[in-house]
Design a binder for this molecule. Structure first.
Ligand code: RP5
Length: 168
């Protein structure tokens, strides 16, 4: 259902966050290392076959002069979610601009830099799939509810620690 492509194996520890979310929602997905610059033919071949292979959404994570999401979007009409990664001296800003600043006609839904971006890419993919899947939609509502509950739990922990520290 979802293809996660990353420019290098060094991107995996961050891009794994997208996979973790998809696992949480039981969404079939596959992971692939392929680079826009180092293996353009491999990237193109994968994208050209993706739709036929049942892929509905592509997530692309890359760092530095990151053209992966853009080149994928150039070759496909599937929704492409881009994740800029922090893997150069510019700390991801280079990848953010390369991924987000697409010319008109070739959209890439660009997330934030790094792990939170990868996590949100997974969630956005789930949200797109949930448009036509009632069960998935309900799961997303539960996820949001739990997330809100977690804030209260974290707040209570902080308040308890604060009260304890100020007792003495
Ligand atoms: C990009 O270059 C990759 O997406 C990665 O973030 C970065 C560095 O790759 P490696 O030199 O670690 O393979 O294309």
């Amino acid at each position: 259902m979802v293809g996660i492509i990353m420019g290098s194996d060094s991107d995996f520890p961050v891009m794994e966050e997208a996979s973790n979310i998809l696992k949480q929602f039981n969404i079939d997905h596959e992971i692939l290392v392929s680079s826009a610059h180092r293996s353009p033919a491999r990237t193109r071949n994968y994208v050209k076959k993706a739709e036929k292979n049942g892929i509905k959404i592509l997530i692309a994570g890359a760092g530095a002069a990151a053209h992966l999401a853009g080149t994928i979007a150039a070759e496909s009409v599937l929704p492409v979610i881009g994740v800029p990664l922090d893997s150069s001296p510019h700390k991801g800003l280079d990848a953010l601009l390369s991924t987000s600043q697409m010319p008109g006609g070739v959209p890439v839904a660009t997330m934030g830099i790094g792990k939170s971006g990868a996590k949100n890419a997974g969630l956005l993919a789930v949200q797109i799939l949930a448009l036509e899947d009632g069960k998935l939609h309900s799961k997303l509502l539960q996820y949001k509810k739990y997330q809100t509950k977690e804030v209260e739990i974290k707040s209570r922990k902080v308040q308890t620690a604060h009260a304890r520290n100020n007792k003495d």
